[in-house]
Design a protein around this ligand. Structure first.
Ligand code: ACM
Length: 523
């Protein structure tokens, strides 16, 4: 029989079309409401069609609004590597015809808040609108996850870029959805911090707290006190060479984060956790003697000399320079574990430091111990260990940032076999990291007292990006969902499948995650 007889050809065509159909079935889900988004949006309605992103589309943006233009550029930069599409940005004063992406601000939607957005996806176009540019950035994070996981590829993928249609109307539960990276115990270069910011931006985090100083290292250039970095930045835990950010590098990080709606919150930890500063400038100690640089992981042995005037001149200079390169609202003053600072010295010290920071125009965040002091209005207290301190803060009218070590410290080991991490607070498996509610964790801390949550990554045991990946993933996305999605909508069973669906993205991004057996991974 002739292989190319009309009958055979017809038969082969039927097989081929049926095969394509079934492929399309498996690769093109048409139910927007069952897309495995993290964090889960507040409201999704599906209308059962498909939108296809094509190379000949344009990204229309509201004209004459630089921040909207930046959001448009950000979207293009996300779409370009994997699609190869060089989508053009076209400012427009009015809504464009269908068949394109259109991003604009819409002040009539004020109930969405500063970071809420509406994403309208039809078979002929996408409209993204928000009250503020921050909301557009959040909507872009959603759009990114709605595209096939291949969008995370850094090389061109020849696939159909299909998205199910419908409407997402979404806004965050908490205004502060943070992560902390300790760059003091081990130093991480700018590129590592930027990659961490990339991770945060995928899951709608909006704060990165950088722990810039500790006993083992001082990591930010202060031009008026150059030995802080020259001496204090010269080592790290384990005795490696350490490092620091120049002010220009720090500003590069700030700007990279800003474009992703992430505010950098710098921390200078005081009066304890200051050995690196004391080793650099012995006049900051009470006996005037410089201690040795420290490369171990004990805590609670160092203190600035709270009775010396030079200490406050030092802090004024440091805070002045830091505030000048920090556009965000807050400076974090640490205040934890000052075990060798008597409380009667600690309290007036914290009060004076608050005044110094306030004079720079910034608001203050501090670890929960600072609530022993009289707090200035607007101060945020970061609960990590002691609920009594959180209560002290609340009684003074302060808001609480929830970072309970036993839930939200992502440097804790998953279990006793984890290759890195500590376990002084707890072993925290992926489900334990997810299964808690900031508003009910402590009886004394109510929803209205809470500004948000923070996942803290301390770096005693981590030295490189692979280590960061292993501890942050797959716990980090869960903390994002706790911060964004109302607790009434959160459920581990449902979440665990959405997390499993992130696996291909992790793989394409080269994230070396911990393959926890609590997660129903696809492979
Ligand atoms: C802390 O973990 N010492 C804030």
């Amino acid at each position: 029989m002739n292989l190319f007889s009309p009958g055979i050809l017809k038969f082969l065509t039927v097989i081929l079309v049926a095969g394509m159909w079934s492929c399309n079935q498996s690769f093109a889900p048409t139910d927007l409401a069952s897309e495995p988004l993290i964090p889960l949006p507040v409201s999704v309605t599906s209308d059962g069609n498909l939108f296809q992103l094509r190379h000949d589309m344009d990204i229309y943006i509201q004209a004459d609004h630089p921040a909207v233009a930046e959001a448009g550029q950000y979207l293009v930069s996300i779409l370009r590597p994997a699609t190869g599409f060089d989508l053009e940005i076209k400012p427009t004063p009015i809504a464009p015809t269908k068949g394109h992406i259109y991003m604009h601000l819409d002040s009539t939607q004020s109930d969405l808040g500063a970071e809420g957005y509406v994403l309208d996806i039809s078979d002929s176009g996408i409209e993204l609108r928000a009250v503020k540019p921050a909301g557009l950035i959040m909507g872009i994070a959603t759009l990114r996850q709605l595209l096939p996981a291949d969008i995370e590829s850094q090389t061109i993928r020849d696939i159909d870029w299909l998205i199910p249609t419908g409407t997402i109307r979404d806004y965050p539960e908490y205004e502060y959805r943070g992560a902390m990276l300790d760059v003091a115990r081990h130093f991480f270069p700018v590129e590592v911090v930027k990659r961490y910011i990339d991770y945060l931006s995928m899951y709608k985090f909006n704060r990165l707290h950088l722990h810039l100083s500790d006993d083992q290292g001082w990591r930010i250039e202060i031009k008026s006190w150059p030995l802080l970095t020259e001496i204090g930045g010269s080592t790290e835990v384990g005795g490696g060479e350490g490092g620091f950010y120049t002010q220009e590098e720090y500003q590069e990080i700030v700007e990279y984060a800003r474009l992703r709606n992430i505010m950098i919150i710098p921390e200078i930890d005081m009066p304890g956790h200051t050995n690196a500063a004391l080793a650099s400038y012995p006049e900051l100690t009470c006996d005037g003697e410089a201690p040795e640089l420290y490369t171990g992981i004990e805590v609670g042995f160092s203190t600035l000399c709270t009775s010396k005037e030079i200490v406050y001149e030092f802090i004024t200079d440091v805070m002045g320079e830091l505030a000048a390169i920090t556009p965000g609202d807050y400076i974090h003053i640490g205040g934890d574990e000052s075990h060798v600072t008597p409380l009667e010295d600690y309290i007036p010290f914290v009060e004076r430091v608050q005044e110094i920071v306030q004079a720079t125009g910034k608001k203050i965040i501090g670890w929960d111990e600072i609530a022993h002091a009289q707090l200035l209005p607007g101060t945020v207290v970061q609960y990590w260990e002691n609920a009594d301190n959180a209560v002290r803060a609340i009684e003074q009218g302060a808001r609480v940032l929830m970072a309970p070590a036993r839930k939200a410290y992502i440097d804790m080991q998953y279990d006793s076999t984890s290759r890195i991490g500590l376990h002084w607070a707890a072993y925290i498996e992926v489900d334990d990291a997810y299964n808690w509610d900031p508003a009910t964790l402590e009886n004394e801390i109510d929803r209205e007292d809470i500004i948000g949550i923070e996942a803290a990554l301390w770096s005693e045991t981590i030295t490189n990006m692979a280590d960061i990946d292993y501890l942050a993933f797959p716990r980090l996305p869960g903390h994002a969902e706790i911060g964004w999605t109302p607790s009434s909508m959160r459920d581990w069973e449902n979440y665990s499948h959405r997390l499993a669906a992130q696996q291909k993205r992790f793989d394409l991004m080269g994230i070396r995650y911990y393959p926890s057996d609590r997660v129903p991974w696809v492979k």
